[in-house]
Design a protein around this ligand. Sequence first.
Ligand SMILES: Cc1cc2nc3c(=O)[nH]c(=O)nc-3n(C[C@H](O)[C@H](O)[C@H](O)COP(=O)(O)OP(=O)(O)OC[C@H]3O[C@@H](n4cnc5c(N)ncnc54)[C@H](O)[C@@H]3O)c2cc1C
Length: 313
Amino acid sequence: MSYGLIMADVRRGLFDERNLDLVGFCNVLNIDPWLILPKGAYNVREAYFKRIIQVEMGEEEFINPLNAVITVKKVIEKFGDPFALIFSASSSGMEIAPYVAGYLKSPIITDVSGYQKESGTLLKSLYSDKVFASLKIKGEGFFVITVRSGSFRHEAREIEENTIYEKLEGLTRDERRRFLGYIEEEKQEVDITKADFLLSIGRGVGTKDEIPLYEELASLLGATISGSRPVIDKKWLPKSRQVGTSGKTVKPKVYLAMGISGAFQHVSGMKDSECIIAVNKDPEAPIFQYAHYGIIADMHKIRDRLIQILREK
Ligand SMILES: Cc1cc2nc3c(=O)[nH]c(=O)nc-3n(C[C@H](O)[C@H](O)[C@H](O)COP(=O)(O)OP(=O)(O)OC[C@H]3O[C@@H](n4cnc5c(N)ncnc54)[C@H](O)[C@@H]3O)c2cc1C
C-alpha cells in the first residue's frame, strides 16, 4: 500500500492534536500514515502510525523549511515516493509546505477540508467558504497538501499492526535560515474565551476615535470587548482580544458582532456562540448567514441609541 508522509506538527516539545487530521486524511485516501518527527520526547499517538521516522534534528531545526526539504528528500531516497506529503494548515505547516513543494517541484493544494470519494477529488475552500473548489491532482509523482484543522480527525483510526520505528541520520543542515526564538504573546489582561457576552467590533468601526464609545457600550451591557483581525492589526485593541483562526476561539452566550463582514477566518472563531447578533450596513454581509438576529444599520447609530437607553436606566 502506498504511504502518506506526514510532517509532524510540533511546537515546544508538544505533539499537536492536528496531526490526527493528517492521519484521518490518510485513512480516507486508504494510504498508510507515516510520520516524520524531530528528536525529543513527544507525546506521539503512536498507534495511529504505520511507521514513525525520527529525524536526527531538534525541533528548531526541523521546523526550518530548508531543513524540511533536506529531510523529505532523504526519506524519499530511502523509501521511494509517497502518495502525498501532508502538513497541517497551521502557521508552521503553511510556512513549510510551499517551500518543500517548490524545491521538489511538486503540485500543492492548501487548506484541504474534504474529500469526495466518488470523484476522487479534494475540497478546498475559496472566498471565505462561499464556494468550495473540487480539485484533482493529475500526472506522475506525489503532491503536497495542507489539511485544515478539524476536517478529518473523526476519520483517524489506530492501525492494526505494530508501528515500525526508523531513525534518519546523517542529514546536512541548511544554515541560510535559522530559528532565533519564539516571541511570547503579550500578557493577557482579559481572557475573552471565558466571557459570557462579547461585543466584537470590526473594520466597520472606521477610526480609532470611535473605540472609547464601544468600550462604554460594552461596559453598560456588561460585555467584554473583542474584535476582528483588522482592528487588532491597527492596534486599536490588544492582540489578546482577537477572535478567529489566528486569534481566539470563543463560545459566549451572546456574541454581538458590529461592523464585521463574516470572513471564515473570523467566523470559525465564533460560530458556536449560543446567540449571535450581527449589526452591518450591508444586507449581503456573510455574517448574517451565521447570525440568529441581524440588524441592517449603521453600527454607530445602533451604538449611540443603545448607550442612550442604557445610560437612562
Ligand atoms: C491566515 C489568515 C488568518 C486570519 N485570521 C483572522 C482572525 O483570526 N480573525 C479575523 O477576524 N480575521 C482573520 N483574518 C482576516 C479575515 O480574512 C478578514 O479579512 C477579516 O476577518 C475581516 O475583518 P472585518 O470583518 O472586520 O473587516 P471587513 O471584511 O472589511 O468588513 C467590514 C464590515 O463592516 C461593515 N461596515 C462598514 N461600515 C459600517 C457601519 N458604519 N455600520 C455597519 N457596518 C459597517 C461592512 O459592510 C463590512 O461588512 C485572517 C486572514 C488570514 C489570511
